[in-house]
Each structure stands twice: as C-alpha cells, then as structure tokens.
Design a protein around this ligand. Structure first.
Ligand code: MRU
Length: 349
C-alpha cells in the first residue's frame, strides 16, 4: 500500500501532500507556523477528519519551535493561544481538529524549557495511534461485511475520500475495504465523484487504483441506479463527527446514499475512530455544518459552469440519522444499529 506524507513532521517543519493538485500533480508543501497550517487546513491542502487532527497537532508543535527560535519567551503564552485559536477555527465540522488541540492544550501549562519537544511527541503519538485505529477498525468492519454474491467479487460503494489520504495512513472506510480484500481475496469499489470538491474522483479513485483495486467511478447521482441494479453489496463511508446518538456527519451527499441503501436493503457502514465521536453533541442537529465558498459550486478548476449572480448553497457536510446506519465501526469494535444507549455502552470510556 502506498504511504503518503499526508501530514508529517520532517526536518523541523510540517510537511503535507497538497491534495488540491491530485491526481495530476504530487507536490509537497512545508509549513513553519500554526497560522500556515491553519490556512492549509481551511484551503484543504490537507482534508479528512483524522488527517486534519494530525495536521493541527503538528501545527501546534511547529508554532512552539518557531517561538522558541524567536527567543522572546515572555510573549509565548499569548502567541501559542493565538496559534491554537487559528487552528481551532480552521474548519468547524470535523471534531478531530478540536479533539487533537484539546489533547495538546494541557501540555502548554508545563515547563516551557522542553515544551516544543513535548508537543511534538504528543503530535507524533496522535499520528501513530490513528494508523493503529484505522487498522483495527478495518479488521472489525471487514468482519461484518456480507459474503460476496456468487459470480462476482464483493462490490462496495464509498463516498468522498476516507482513505490513507484522509488519515495518518490506511484509512477508515478505505481501511475497511482494504481489510475486506485481505478477507475475501478481491473486492471491487464504486467511488462516487463527490461534488463539489471531487474527493471521490480526484482522491479515492486515484488512491485505490494505486493500491491495485478495480475502481468504478460514478457521479453522485448514479448511486440509486447502481443499487437498484444489484451492483452494490455494501456502502462504507467515513465520518467527520458522530453525535452521542449515532447520527453521523460526513461529506455532503452521504445522507442521500444512506436513504437509497436502506431502500434497497444494502448494509450502510460508518467507519471512524473514537476521536471522531463527540459525546458532548447529543444529536446530529447540533453538529455545526461548514459552508464553503460559492465558487466551489459555480466553478470547476477555475472554469465557470453557472451563470454569474446565481445564489449558491454549499454545505460541505450532511448528517445521516443513526437509524439509517447499519453499523458504526470503530477501533473499539462495532456498534450495530447505533443509538444513544448502545453508543454509550460500547464506546464511552
Ligand atoms: O471536506 P473533506 O474532504 O475534509 O471531507 C472529508 C470527509 O467527509 C471524510 O469522509 C471524513 O472526513 C472521514 S475521513 C477518514
């Protein structure tokens, strides 16, 4: 499996693959401040909930190194607080961002002498743990997938990119798909293109193709037809935030695929690490939904496709109600038919 430097620490800088240029160009960018990393998250150089969490953690560490180099210790606390603030507000829906910052924040109160090193160690731990979580949830998810139908390999549909590119490595939904291939020998994937940012077309199809999968790209509007013709055996997606009752926010369009999956009796799995589960948010209604710039809808790679002056609604995420989720897959195991009681019993530490 190809390993990407989605958000890593290299030579005292935060290094990220610029996902906006994929699949045509593989270019890496380096960042030396929290403000730079925050802007990279906002602009979607790096995207995907767990990857955003890792990037933010390295952003805090690099800010501490930058301040240590600048040699004005009296101003560090305010500068660190400002860096945290910029990172925290970069994107609102993926809870992993705030989760990673909350994990680093207590370290700021300790001895300033080795603060940068301590922050970096914690950021590295977040990254390593994320890879292990993806591997564990991959196994757990693959174990509950239906057996392949006779005559063809199991075919899984996924939406957006919840792969190695969206995590520290291996992927959540694509982790389940990778583990399913280990279980069944061969698995085929239908990837939805994922308007308006094209994560499915640009990222998922590319990532899986590189990993030797047979991938079929469809437009988002083709999923109902594909399901009605018996081409899809399961849908597996990731999540940006799962509320305490199991409602799952994920890339815009996910909700529609979940409704269609239920209509056709197809299992609909949501795979995410515990860091994506937000027990402080009771239901999906309270999940903040990011709205992104209008030109993501009116333009495709700089080319205008809609009349000037039209109004645009561009929510980046929607919420799939828990009742449509067949199973929530985490590194701590599977919650079948998630609801508030089952979520708490299975996942709350
Ligand atoms: O806007 P994006 O590309 O950050 O949205 C990403 C998704 O919706 C993913 O499905 C989600 O973050 C899960 S990533 C493992």
């Amino acid at each position: 499996m190809t390993v990407f430097d989605v958000a890593v620490w290299k030579d005292g800088k935060v290094r990220m693959l610029d996902q906006r240029l994929l699949p045509t160009e593989e270019r890496y960018l380096e960042f030396t401040s929290a403000a730079g990393v925050a802007e990279a998250i906002r602009a979607m150089v790096v995207r995907g909930a767990p990857a955003i969490g890792c990037a933010a953690a390295f952003g805090v560490a690099v800010e501490a190194f930058r301040l240590a180099d600048s040699g004005t210790p009296a101003s560090w606390p305010e500068a660190m607080a400002e860096g945290m603030r910029l990172l925290r507000q970069a994107r609102p829906t993926a809870v992993n961002l705030g989760w990673a910052l909350d994990r680093l924040e207590p370290l700021l109160a300790g001895d300033p002498v080795d603060l940068p090193q301590r922050l970096l160690r914690e950021a590295e731990a977040i990254r390593t743990e994320d890879i292990a979580s993806c591997r564990a949830m991959g196994k757990a998810g693959a174990a509950i997938l239906p057996a392949p139908p006779s005559g063809r390999p199991l075919t899984i549909m996924t939406h957006c990119n919840a792969g190695a590119l969206a995590t520290a490595g291996y992927g959540t939904a694509l982790g389940v798909i990778r583990a399913a291939r280990e279980r069944f020998g061969e698995v085929r994937v239908f990837a939805t293109e994922t308007r308006p940012f094209w994560q499915g077309a640009r990222l998922t199809a590319w990532e899986l193709e590189r990993d030797g999968f047979e991938v079929t790209l469809i437009t988002d509007s083709m999923s109902g037809h594909a399901m009605s013709r018996g081409l899809i055996d399961a849908v597996v997606v990731g999540a940006d935030r799962v509320a305490a009752n199991g409602d799952a926010a994920n890339k815009i369009g996910t909700y529609g695929h979940a409704v269609l999956a239920r209509r056709h009796g197809i299992p609909f799995l949501v795979a995410c690490p515990l860091s994506t589960i937000d027990f402080k948010t009771p239901t999906g209604l309270e999940i903040p939904i990011e709205e992104r710039p209008a030109d993501e809808v009116t333009h495709v790679r700089g080319l205008r496709i809609a009349a000037e002056g039209v109004k645009v609604f561009n929510p980046a995420f929607d919420v799939t109600p828990a009742e449509l989720v067949t199973a929530l897959v985490t590194e701590r195991g599977v919650v079948h038919a998630p609801d508030a009681i089952r979520m708490r019993a299975a996942l709350k530490a």
